[in-house]
Design a protein around this ligand. Structure first.
Ligand code: NG6
Ligand code: CA
Length: 510
């Protein structure tokens, strides 16, 4: 071959090879967005059977991706589920991981490998936007007027815009990285969860000032912020307080800004929306838009948020290089402390679908939640009945990004990447559920550990699933967990109880 020609040929070949390598690397480095809803039940979205409220954007995500019908949070409340999704560890292994007050210190050890860390190791930009609820600061009270750390930035995120706990807990302020947003140093924030501080009106003393009443006997009647009684007392920080009607839009805006700024390189966004947790106070344009009161309205608002994120991906031309996962931190609840029409206007809507129980419950309605994954052009659309759990995202993405995990990292996170991407129907073979007691799901069987406690959680009108006798259900034949067959299958009860004991004592299940 002529020398110059040969040189050219080699250059072209090298170029091709180089491009292929880059292409391959890029192919394995999609952006990842987890849209985490709060308290959204399996049956609250129309692609899972809801008819009285429509969720077109979430439905589209499902029709373009995989809709998992057996997808789970690890627990039936927020803090433990969030602890697990971020650490890959069952929360019941660690003390102090139940629902946290708004002034709790950080419960995720900063030396633990988190989901965010896995992406960081692979060179991603990472962000946490939305509800946090894993505590902030080292031991003792967080310094609301100073540096708030450690928090998300010390546990795997390069950027964070969040509120500390839940929308019904003080302080009702946003934190950006280490500081309260818009804080006036002359109007410092004080928070107390034991006694009243300052002289601002409270829901208890000044119910005439409320725009939404709390349910008698369920608290939520302490400091009034934006016409809503909260859990806990706060003073100061007037300029920094959020407006509930703007929460959804604020988080979506921050997410869009982050995506726009980072879309040229791989990014990971943990977008933990406040909808549909109480207080349900939809943006003005969504108020009264559904047939189901504010609870229906905020489902529509949540759907809108998902639509806005997808619009952003399309507009930036990155829809095909972005995995979007949509799920919820626990099952549904109607009355969780405020009289907002959820109970009165439910008529016929089944928030937990065909399942028994809901938030706070060890029954399937507690942890089996909406679970959708889309990666247009790469993942073939479909429906999967495989058992998948949010705790598995860490090991699965670690595998996708070729970031090996050490023995002690993410001890309960299984690599089920093939299942999540629709290449396998296998899923997990077993899983532990948590809510007041533990349950082991293995294949079609579910065993619930005996535990004393109320069978009906009266305030929220949800069956706890607790019983002093062992419970065994065949979920394939009896998804509604109506027939306890423990007495007929003592050997299965024994086998599952022993297996659960081993999972507990070994400290890991991966
Ligand atoms: C409960 C609250 C409930 C909600 C929940 C946390 C009462 C009576 N109820 O203790 O309103 O805030 O905690 O929800 O205070 S979660 O989704 O963050 O776990
Ligand atoms: Ca929740």
């Amino acid at each position: 071959m002529h020398y110059v020609k040969k040189l050219l040929f080699t250059a072209v070949l090298t170029g091709v090879a180089h491009a292929a390598v880059i292409g391959q690397q890029k192919g394995q480095q999609p952006n990842v967005i987890i849209i985490y809803a709060d308290d959204l039940g399996y049956g609250d979205i129309s692609c899972n059977g809801a008819t009285r409220v429509k969720t077109p954007h979430i439905d589209r995500l499902a029709s373009e991706g995989i809709r998992f019908t057996n997808g789970h949070a690890t627990a039936a409340t927020c803090t433990p589920s969030r602890y697990s999704i971020l650490t890959g560890e069952y929360a019941w292994r660690k003390k102090g991981t139940n629902i946290l007050p708004g002034n709790a210190s950080l419960i995720v050890p900063t030396d633990r490998t988190t989901l965010g860390n896995v992406f960081q190791r692979a060179g991603y930009s990472t962000a946490c936007i939305g509800k946090w609820h894993l505590g902030i600061g080292a031991q003792g009270e967080p310094d609301w007027n100073g540096e708030l750390k450690p928090g998300p930035l010390e546990t795997g995120f390069d950027y964070a815009f969040f509120f500390p706990a839940t929308a019904d807990r003080v302080p009702t302020v946003y934190v950006e990285n280490h500081r309260v947003v818009a804080l006036d140093p002359k109007d410092t924030i004080q928070v107390n969860y034991h006694q009243k501080i300052g002289n601002e009106p409270t829901g208890k003393e000044n119910p005439e000032l409320l725009k939404m009443h709390s349910t008698p006997g369920q608290g939520h009647n302490q400091t009034i912020v934006n016409g809503i009684g909260r859990i806990g007392w706060m003073t100061g920080g007037q300029r920094a307080r959020w407006t509930d009607e703007s929460l959804a839009g604020d988080f979506v805006n921050q997410a869009q800004l982050f995506i726009e700024e980072h879309h040229r390189k791989p990014f990971f966004l943990y977008l933990s929306l406040s909808d549909i947790h109480v207080p349900r106070m939809p943006g003005t344009r969504f108020k009264g838009k559904s047939e189901m009161g504010y609870r229906g309205d905020v489902i529509m608002q949540l759907d809108w948020s998902v639509g806005e994120i997808m619009k952003t991906l399309n507009y930036l031309g990155i829809a095909k290089s972005t995995i979007v996962i949509f799920s919820s931190d626990n099952g549904p609840v109607l009355d969780d402390g405020y009289i907002d029409g959820a109970v009165a206007q439910q008529s016929g809507h089944q928030p937990a679908g065909a399942m028994r129980g809901g938030k706070y419950s060890i029954l399937e309605g507690g942890t089996r939640v909406p679970f959708i994954l889309s990666w247009p052009g790469t993942v073939k659309p479909g429906v999967s009945g495989a058992l998948v759990n949010q705790v598995d995202l860490l090991a699965s993405f670690a595998a996708m990004l070729r970031q090996p995990l050490k023995e002690n990292e993410a001890p309960d996170s299984w690599n089920i990447l093939g299942t999540l991407l629709g290449k396998s129907q296998a899923g997990r073979s077993s899983m532990v559920e948590q809510a007041g007691t533990l349950a082991l799901v293995k294949g079609d069987w579910k065993y619930i550990v005996p535990q004393r406690g109320p069978k009906l959680l009266k305030d929220v009108n949800i069956e706890s699933g607790l019983d002093t006798i062992p419970q065994l259900y065949n979920l394939k034949a009896d998804l509604g967990e109506k027939n306890n067959v423990a007495a007929a299958h003592p050997e299965m009860v024994k086998e599952m109880a022993t297996m659960l004991e081993t999972i507990k004592t070994s400290g890991r299940s991966r």
